[in-house]
Design a protein around this ligand. Structure first.
Ligand code: SAM
Ligand code: SF4
Ligand code: SF4
Length: 380
């Protein structure tokens, strides 16, 4: 075992009971938490399995052949997910992101997308449905996903150099196949394709410029994500984080950038557009995004809830426990009871981990004693 990998303590077992007898809370679409933050974005993990072993997410030493994934009956069924999502939508959710693990490993995922695509926001609008994938199965699945109603997709890709990429995914997966997956997504007409690159200093920062050059003007938006101290197994250290500000400066030195307005409130990415010869943003060259989850806390308008593979509701990416909605769902709770429980939990939310971390010792990623849930379990 590599000395920096920390053995997994199974946070899936720990959970908080979802309240079963709360005063009915009407679904008005205007739900707010203790800091007045609305509920707009629901991220649903559809599997805890993955065919990659990215060292920052599912290090091989922990997620080995003996690792116990959740049994199939533990997973929320598509019907259970859709029912729960409908209640979240009535409380104000406008965007749903499917994630994992690797969501395209969930059998017939397009059937779930088809069901979710029928839902309407409180204003009667279709939901913004997207999916984050490592791209390995995208060539095979892109058309079915599009046909089912998926509007856009985010593909994770940490570099263009094949050797670097194979090392990062740690299963020797070739970069050409992910690029081909992105091409397949474009061919089907999926719009607004994004590519997420986690930057880990000492591992792939040399890929920043090649990636920027490759995607400039391609219609695909490249986003750089700071390596986060999520989970408890990746042996995170602050010195491996490359602050977004440095990423922007590095690109700007070669390919001038101008800052753009945020696209939506609560948007995690800061936007930078490529400048044309006149120094103004040239839309034909496109833009990049930077997600500074470590160096710039953005909890103030965090409107994201996460539903784990087995139906636990997490109020923060860094939470150590989730609320067991599945117990209510399978215990026969009706829509009113389940909806009120969701509202009650959100109304009690006060999480703002990134802001609190800013005040901590830089290498001390979690308050003493706190063990966090893995990214592969609740999704990004
Ligand atoms: N398997 C899919 C994928 O890789 O796109 C979806 C799940 S993955 C957990 C979602 C996102 O989280 C990916 O973009 C991945 O790069 C990012 N991620 C995982 N661990 C991370 C970490 N420690 N820091 C920053 N981003 C991370
Ligand atoms: Fe799998 Fe995505 Fe995690 Fe990589 S980041 S191990 S592809 S779930
Ligand atoms: Fe939201 Fe938690 Fe991230 Fe803050 S740390 S932005 S509350 S998920």
């Amino acid at each position: 075992m590599s000395e920096r990998v920390i053995p997994l303590i199974d946070q899936r077992i720990a959970s908080l009971a979802a309240p079963s007898h709360v005063q009915p809370i009407a679904a008005t679409g205007l739900l707010g938490d203790t800091l007045g933050r609305p509920l707009r974005d629901l991220r649903i993990s559809v599997t805890d399995r993955c065919n990659f072993r990215c060292s920052y997410c599912m290090p091989k030493e922990v997620f080995d052949k003996d690792y116990q994934y959740l049994p199939h009956q533990s997973l929320l069924s598509f019907e259970e997910i859709t029912r729960t999502a409908r209640l979240f939508v009535a409380h104000g959710v406008q965007k749903i992101r499917l994630t994992g693990g690797e969501p395209l490993l969930r059998k017939n995922i397009e059937v779930l997308i088809e069901q979710l695509a029928q839902l309407r926001t409180v204003d009667g609008q279709p939901l913004d449905i997207t999916l984050t994938t490592n791209g390995s199965l995208l060539r095979r699945k892109a058309q079915a996903l599009k046909d089912a109603g998926l509007q856009r997709v985010t593909v994770s890709l940490d570099g263009l150099d094949d050797a670097t990429f194979r090392t990062m995914n740690d299963v020797d997966f070739p970069v050409a196949d992910v690029l081909d997956g992105i091409a397949a997504a474009r061919e089907t007409g999926l719009r607004n394709i994004k590519v997420n690159m986690v930057v880990k200093r000492g591992t792939n920062e040399q890929e920043i410029l090649p990636m920027a050059r490759h995607f400039q003007g391609s219609g695909v938006t490249l986003r750089f994500i700071e390596y986060m101290d999520v989970g408890a197994t990746n042996g995170w250290r602050m010195h491996e984080v490359m602050p977004s500000e440095q990423v922007v400066r590095h690109i700007h030195a070669q390919m001038p950038l101008v800052q753009l307005e945020p696209s939506a409130p609560g948007e995690t990415a800061e936007r930078w557009g490529y400048a044309g010869a006149n120094g103004l943003h040239d839309p034909s060259l496109g833009e990049i995004g930077v997600i500074s989850s470590v160096t710039q806390a953005f909890c103030g308008d965090c409107n994201r809830a996460r539903l784990s593979t087995e139906g636990k509701l997490y109020l923060c990416l860094f939470a150590s426990q989730g609320y067991d909605l599945r117990a209510l769902i399978r215990g026969g709770a009706d829509d009113q009871a389940l909806s009120s429980a969701i509202a009650h939990i959100w109304q009690g939310r006060s999480d703002r981990y990134s802001e609190l971390r800013s005040a901590m010792d830089p290498d001390q990623s979690a308050p003493a004693g706190a063990r966090r849930v893995e990214m592969s379990y609740i999704g990004g």
